[in-house]
Design a protein around this ligand. Structure first.
Ligand code: T1G
Length: 705
């Protein structure tokens, strides 16, 4: 026995409680503890039935993900895993009922499916999210789940990893009874009632496994979805294959097949990257000098200044999170456009079944449009979201300083301008912070929280708490031009233009990055954001450009020709009325013209050179950001790129990817590019130092976190 798993008897029912906060993961000692308590129940003559439950906020949320790194690094043997415990549960002469609240995820659900019965509170969730970690269920989930819910639902749950509510699980047959009120009481009563009933062991249920004729189209459809939506991913296909084994093989052989497929996934680079992202996302919320018990001022009401695209998205983000919000602008026409945009986007979501008409009405009801900034007086936070002009932002913050209530947080959504300079326009710089959303703000999960020199700890703590409430993934970054994401993205997009000036085609450059796994190529992204945005920023900052540094030529030329991107129907690509992109011969003529003017003789450029120059531009700038402590960790940079720039999570983020290539190899190429292309490729000293020491970026994170 150990204190990770507790045991007591209620009359004739033994209650086994897993007590491994915060999520009752199956860490070493937990499976052993459950087995020991189960054995004790068998020997306890008072006991006729058993309940297995989680202490705290959840049932068992899965295997302990931290253990996988020990297995893949060879410092820990995999062993038999959970199977001995699962067979002990399934073959227990005293039937075991799993009592579920919070989450039964991964190994947690696999444990529950080995029990005779499952009961749950309605708001509990059950799922096999392993695929999000580049894994598949490795403890019988792909063999027992189809036996409980049928092949099609089992595939959906394992291929995409989304949980089902306990209510849906009850409809599916995955949960035997929903428990209203106290879960323990309900579970003990259920277990007592079922104590003498014959148990139909899940591994012996074949009725829902279907016939080859029934299953063939189901597996074909699943594989088609894997090809179109999960093109580069290993785990979804492995999950489909493991479930197919369940329909074709005896249970024990299916378990063997699952184990082989699980092993392949576990040792894949994709799983290592996805597990890195899982922990990196959580690490980003840990700020070394921010005590966990810093008081967090509540946010009951918000105000947004500026009803443009970003202001609309941010207002929807607050309304979606249940926070009433005033959206203020100086022009009624802007407000009218904003309202139309909000109604259109909500109506589209309702039409797609994302939420009901009633939810849409509730959300709309939380958004108040206003021309009068006195309507911002009661806001606990005001977010400025006007366009990137420092004079205008200073004027707005000076006004907010006069009207916002004393404790209000004054946030700016600026993507490039100095937080400190904006804060200096107020008498309360300690309450000024950057909340940099990414367009579309109500969709993109990343929020860069830009910490000014005087931003107070309570404002920082409130910003982190608010990010969670808004459903955002927050990364705290320092104050410099472009912070983390845009500071790296500028050189990345410039390098893309240089590659085209030197001879690569638009298609080659974008395809190289989408084949790497980026959601969009660098040129298509420019068209999406609007080429005029970059054009305006270049003008705002051209006085700061160091002399003699090569500047890209092409996007200025496109803007001068009115090709602003999607918004004008043409940029790097031409767009139809549905914004579908087409290659445009006119762009090739512009490129040829610019090459001739610049005296550039185009050359053939390989896909590898394109990919390396673009990725290592990100890595080199990321190393500089780390040196300047603009980012706390290299993993924070990875999170910025995975959640804000469409970097493939299965590659882990730019810094993790560089570590996986090896910093010596990266440095060697950076040095070659430096020799060929000059000062912009100057290797970052941190990259040189770590490469020289045979280390990776992750090695410095532990010293910071
Ligand atoms: N293992 C280890 N640590 C975990 C963990 C896990 N499974 N789940 C969460 N944590 C840590 C997390 O890092 C954080 O730590 C703290 O718990 C709170 O987490 C064998 C192979 C359950 C929905 O994928 O989805 O089972 O930052 O901030 O927002 O076939 O945690 O405090 O130090 O996320 O309330 C399958 C992953 C594993 C579930 C709760 N299971 N976890 O969300 O808290 S593989 C999963 C979650 C497996 C079997 C296979 C969420 C949550 P720290 P949190 P939350």
């Amino acid at each position: 026995m150990n204190d990770l798993v507790l045991y007591y008897v209620d009359g004739d029912v033994a209650v086994i409680t897993v007590n491994n906060p915060p999520v009752n993961a199956l860490s070493p000692g937990v499976p052993e503890g459950i087995a020991a308590c189960l054995q004790r129940a068998q020997q306890d003559d008072r006991v006729r039935a058993v309940v297995l439950i989680g202490a705290g906020r959840s049932f068992i949320a899965g295997a302990d993900i931290k253990e996988f790194g020990k297995i893949t690094s060879g410092s820990k043997a995999r062993g038999e895993g959970l199977h001995p415990l699962l067979y002990a549960l399934e073959d227990s002469p005293k039937p075991v009922t799993a009592a579920i609240h919070g989450q039964a995820f991964g190994g947690g659900l696999e444990v529950a499916m080995a029990c005779a019965y499952r009961v749950a509170v309605p708001e509990a969730r059950l799922g096999q999210p392993e695929v999000k970690l580049g894994l598949i269920p490795g403890a019988g989930g792909t063999q027992r789940l189809p036996r409980l819910v049928g092949v099609a639902k089992a595939i959906e749950m394992c291929q995409f990893g989304e949980p089902v509510s306990a209510s849906e699980a009850a409809r599916l047959g995955l949960v035997d009874q929903l428990v209203e009120g106290d879960l323990v009481t309900g579970a003990v009563a259920f277990a007592r009632r079922m104590a003498d009933q014959p148990v139909n062991k899940v591994r012996q249920r074949d009725a829902l496994l279907g016939t080859p004729e029934q299953n063939s189209p189901i597996f074909a459809r699943a594989r088609e979805l894997a090809q179109t939506r999960q093109r580069d991913l290993i785990a979804p296909r492995a999950a489909i294959e493991a479930i197919e084994a369940a329909t074709k093989l005896p249970f024990y052989e299916g378990i063997q097949q699952e184990a082989q497929l699980f092993e392949q996934c576990l040792f894949s680079s994709q799983s290592k990257a996805l597990i890195h992202v899982f922990f990196a996302e959580r690490a980003a919320a840990k700020i070394p000098d921010l005590p966990k018990d810093t008081p967090v001022q509540p946010v009951q009401k918000a105000g947004i200044v500026g009803a443009g695209t970003m202001g609309v998205g941010i207002a929807m983000t607050y309304a979606n999170a249940g926070i009433p919000v005033v959206l203020k602008d100086v022009s009624q026409q802007a407000l009218d456009r904003a309202l139309a945009a909000i109604q259109r986007q909500y109506a589209q979501s309702v039409a797609k079944g994302r939420f009901s008409q009633a939810v849409m009405e509730e959300r709309l009801g939380r958004i108040q449009l206003s021309l009068d900034d006195r309507d911002l007086e009661e806001a606990d936070i005001v977010v400025e979201a006007v366009f990137e002009n420092m004079a205008l932002k200073k004027e707005i913050f000076s006004r907010l300083d006069q009207i916002a209530k004393p404790g209000a947080i004054l946030a700016t959504n600026t993507s490039t301008l100095s937080i400190d300079e904006i804060a200096a326009a107020t008498s309360r710089p300690h309450q000024v912070v950057g909340h940099h959303f990414f367009s579309p703000a109500h969709v993109m999960r990343l929020l860069e929280i830009v910490r000014g020199r005087q931003t107070s700890l309570p404002v920082l703590a409130a910003s982190l708490a608010l990010a969670r409430r808004l459903g955002k993934v927050a990364v705290v970054v320092g104050n410099c031009r472009g912070f983390v994401g845009n500071r790296m993205f500028g050189p990345y997009r410039r390098e893309a233009q240089f590659l085209i000036e030197e001879g690569a085609s638009v298609e080659q450059v974008d395809r190289a990055m989408t084949e790497f796994g980026m959601a969009m190529g660098p040129l298509a992204v420019g068209d999406l954001a609007g080429l005029d945005v970059g054009w305006r920023i270049r003008r705002e900052f051209q006085h700061l450009d160091p002399p003699g540094v090569r500047k890209p030529l092409l996007e200025d030329r496109l803007v001068e020709k009115g090709r602003l991107g999607q918004k004008s129907g043409a940029g790097w690509y031409r767009y139809d009325e549905n914004r579908k992109p087409y290659f445009d011969p006119a762009v090739d003529e512009i490129i040829d013209q610019v090459r001739r003017e610049a005296g550039i003789q185009p050359r053939l450029i390989s896909q590898q050179e394109i990919t390396e120059r673009l990725l290592y531009t990100l890595v080199n700038e990321g190393a500089r950001i780390l040196e300047e402590k603009i980012a706390l960790r290299s993993s924070d940079i990875d999170i910025v790129y995975v959640y804000g720039y469409g970097f493939p999570a299965h590659r882990g983020g730019p810094m993790f990817y560089a570590d996986s290539v090896g910093l010596s190899a990266v440095l060697e190429r950076v040095r070659e590019f430096h020799a060929q292309h000059g000062s912009r490729w100057q290797p970052a000293p941190l990259l040189e130092r770590l490469a020289g020491q045979g280390r990776g970026f992750s090695s410095i994170d532990t010293s910071i976190a």
